[in-house]
Write a protein that binds this ligand. Structure first.
Ligand code: MOS
Length: 764
């Protein structure tokens, strides 16, 4: 299944554990594709600069958009002076709520099965302002510079209203919230009483700030209305849902929107539908000109949503042997009135450890702010930080090694649902990570030591992300006369290698060489309504291809000539391999696919299948990915400077479909988590709700020099309930490093860091 024994480490079940050096294919020959570290299909085109992103399409007569953002959090626009801007060089249009076309409110996530907008806040329809940064005017001009200049000439006067712009104030009236169709409250037994009675306990408070999306490609769209079609070149992570959502705003059918995003420069949950899409399309309609709207970095901070801040309490009670008797994970976050996305930071606490009594609850306060939204590993990113720091503190009090404490609480079945795990090898991941990192077991004593000015320590934490599958998966397979196949699916590739993984899955399933598979994606005219989110897109494509293959077998069966021994066999008794249709009962009986295609009337054979939603696959099973993250940390005792020289992480995510892409996903998640842990945080002026650091000059992110050596591996045990054996890998890297680093900082310095980001002033 994985790398060759010569270079692969061996996991606890005797299965090979992949590593950065263990990328050998499972089988030789052109027909083995899964597990092969194919390079990204779009890599060369990106390196050459040939890949076209949303802001790189041009049309004759195209004009450029600039936005004016409100400077108050809530209130009413009393006057808009636009004459000077309208008279400025190159200006084609100034659009405000006074002349904007009448539009429906966008459908946000969870308000309908296709809602893709960050909020349902009206888009420039009236004088009301609902957040500091809300667009109040659009300028279109012949060049970007002219548009930007004219935008500065617009004067807006407001009548301010009271606004909730302080998280403290919002928290006072927070209510038990909901997420993805369920209330964020789970109670089993009496967790408070069990905590009070526990032989050993910890009761801790944590704070995490808002995190802004900073994809390498800032949000952009190029828009053209032509022949009754709204054509949009976008950077969406879900082209169909974006098109449907935008169509509804304009009161047109989704067939009248053609939205594509062949290349997306990073998504992470933020490349959904925000006001700029609608404003660009509305202004384009009003001016009757193609429009390119490319947000500045500041624009992304002002109008595209962020991960919400949280305040969390984690209290753990256990007996002297470390068996959890009480697990309390509660806290507060924020949302806005016009969305339904509550940061679900207790999700890992439902599934990671067995505890006799549990109380999990998330309350949300409503603020007059930019909509909060999804960001890589929603909930688990900050929720794992708090849970896993609390476990470390409990382990210390118990004088039990942190890994041993986790092993003692490893559940046999899902702790909250009681369902059996489809596949779970968390303990293997802990043990393999410890071995590769060189973990020194500890029992209540810090292992940290000093090297000159530097205090050196080590720490570990578990990682977690659920398996999900959204509805809308579909794919079409078309066989050609040359023995190749075209795969069409409306999936998004945000840079993680979707087309590469899809080609490998299709190659394996069809028995057609990898290089003979072409993949078309990222266009709402293709089959399906997939979304690259929740680490589920690859699994959804795999399920779609499986379904399409079944239809294809029936098509091929109908083309088998009467003289063939395969004649009359039903699809269920046929398979495809090595470029041929064959009998499952007698694999020597086969017909080349090119012959079957040649005998077809149209000269191609095509089949489409739907992947189906998660419930078909997971209703009887507990399906979750886990992992273990180990870090070394060095803290300078004079300056407080924190360095992370080394991270090891082992993941249990089912089968790994492409080791090269997987390493990249895991490392990328870990680097993003490093930013969350040590650097990132949006700062707000609480008097008026304005983001104070909307640029890389003041919102810090890791650079290459901040990134340590990262050693990643995986158990590579296929999940028997997942269509390709793979559970998904996009987000779990974001879960675990923050706690591992905080725990290592404690090991180095004796100081517990429970608030993010952990900057040097926290350790002085
Ligand atoms: Mo991810 S935050 O589900 O795009």
């Amino acid at each position: 299944l994985a790398g060759s024994a010569a270079v692969a480490a061996i996991g606890a079940f005797g299965l090979p554990v992949g590593a950065q050096t263990t990328a050998a294919p499972a089988a030789s020959g052109a027909f083995a594709s899964l597990g092969v570290p194919h390079v990204r299909r779009d890599g060369a085109e990106k390196a050459r600069g040939g890949a076209k992103f949303a802001a790189e399409y041009s049309y004759p007569g195209m004009v450029y958009g600039a936005l004016v953002y409100s400077t108050i959090a809530r209130g009413t626009i009393t006057s808009l002076e636009t004459a000077e801007a309208e008279a400025a060089p190159g200006v084609v249009l100034v659009m405000t709520h006074e002349n904007a076309p009448r539009l429906e409110r966008p459908e946000p996530f969870y308000s309908s099965p296709t809602g893709m907008a960050g909020s349902s806040t009206p888009v420039m329809q009236d004088a009301e302002v609902l957040w500091n940064g809300q667009p109040v005017a659009v300028v279109l001009a012949s060049t970007q510079e002219e548009a930007d200049h004219a935008a500065t000439l617009i004067n807006v006067a407001y009548e301010e209203a009271d606004a909730v712009t302080s998280f403290d104030v919002a928290a006072e009236s927070a209510q038990t919230s909901f997420y993805a169709g369920r209330d964020l409250l789970i109670e089993e037994g009496d967790a408070e009483a069990a905590l009070a009675d526990a032989e050993v306990s910890v009761d801790l408070s944590f704070n995490t700030p808002a995190h802004n999306h900073n994809q390498i490609e800032p949000h952009a769209v190029t828009v053209l209305w032509k022949d009754g079609i709204l054509r949009m070149h976008d950077c969406s992570q879900g082209v169909d849902l974006s098109a449907i959502t935008i169509a509804k705003v304009f009161g047109i059918s989704s067939a009248e929107v053609h939205l594509s995003a062949e290349y997306v420069g990073g998504g992470f949950g933020g490349k959904t539908v925000w006001q700029y899409h609608i404003l660009a399309a509305a202004a384009s309609q009003l001016a009757d000109r193609p429009v390119r709207m490319s947000l500045t970095r500041e624009g992304v901070f002002r109008i595209c949503g962020a991960r919400a801040p949280t305040r969390q309490r984690v209290a753990l009670g256990s007996d002297r042997k470390g068996r959890l008797t009480s697990l309390i994970h509660t806290g507060t976050t924020m949302k806005i009135e016009n969305n339904s996305m509550t940061e679900p930071f207790f999700e890992q606490s439902e599934h990671m450890y067995r505890a006799d009594n549990m109380h999990l609850e998330i309350r949300a306060g409503t603020m007059d702010m930019l909509a909060n939204t999804f960001m890589r590993a929603p909930g688990a990113a900050t929720g794992t930080f708090t849970l896993e720091v609390a476990l470390d503190e409990l382990a210390e009090r118990l004088a039990i090694d942190p890994i041993e404490l986790r092993v003692r609480n490893e559940p046999d079945v899902n702790p909250t649902t009681g369902r059996e795990h489809s596949q779970r090898a968390s303990v293997d991941a802990y043990r393999e990570g410890a071995r590769r990192f060189g973990w020194v077991p500890r029992s209540g004593q810090r292992q940290g030591y000093r090297e000159g000015e530097w205090q050196v320590g080590t720490g570990m934490a578990a990682a977690y992300y659920p398996y999900k599958r959204f509805p809308g998966g579909a794919a079409r397979i078309t066989l050609d006369r040359e023995g190749g196949a075209l795969i069409e699916t409306a999936a998004a590739d945000m840079g993680m290698g979707t087309t590469t993984a899809t080609a490998a899955v299709a190659s394996e399933r069809l028995g057609i060489p990898y290089d003979a598979i072409e993949v078309r994606h990222g266009d709402n005219t293709l089959p399906g309504a997939l979304i690259a989110a929740a680490s589920q897109q690859t699994a959804a494509i795999g399920a779609s291809l499986t379904a399409a293959h079944e239809v294809l077998l029936a098509e091929l069966a109908s083309l088998v000539p009467a003289t063939s021994p395969l004649h009359g066999l039903p699809a269920a008794e046929l398979g495809t391999a090595e470029g041929a249709l064959y009998s499952l009962a007698d694999p020597h009986q086969r017909i080349p696919l090119i012959d079957l295609v040649a005998w077809s009337e149209s000269g191609t054979v095509s089949a489409e299948g739907q992947g189906g939603p998660i419930s078909e696959w997971t209703q009887d099973w507990s399906m979750h990915s886990t992992g273990a993250v180990f870090t070394e940390v060095r803290v300078n005792s004079v300056t407080g400077e924190i360095r992370v020289p080394h991270i090891t992480a082992i993941y249990d995510c089912g089968k790994i479909l492409n080791s090269k892409l997987a390493e990249s996903q895991f490392r990328g998640g870990i680097i993003m988590a490093l930013g969350m842990t040590l650097m990132e945080g949006a700062s707000f002026d609480e008097r008026n709700g304005r983001v104070m650091n909307p640029s890389f000059g003041s919102y810090y992110m890791p650079t290459h020099l901040d990134v340590p050596h990262i050693d990643v591996g995986w158990t590579d045990i296929p999940d028997p309930q997942a269509p390709t054996g793979a559970r998904g890998i996009g987000e779990i890297g974001m879960s675990g490093p923050a706690a591992a680093i905080s725990n290592a900082i404690y090991d180095a310095t004796g100081k517990r860091a429970r608030d993010l980001p952990i900057r040097l002033d926290a350790l002085m």
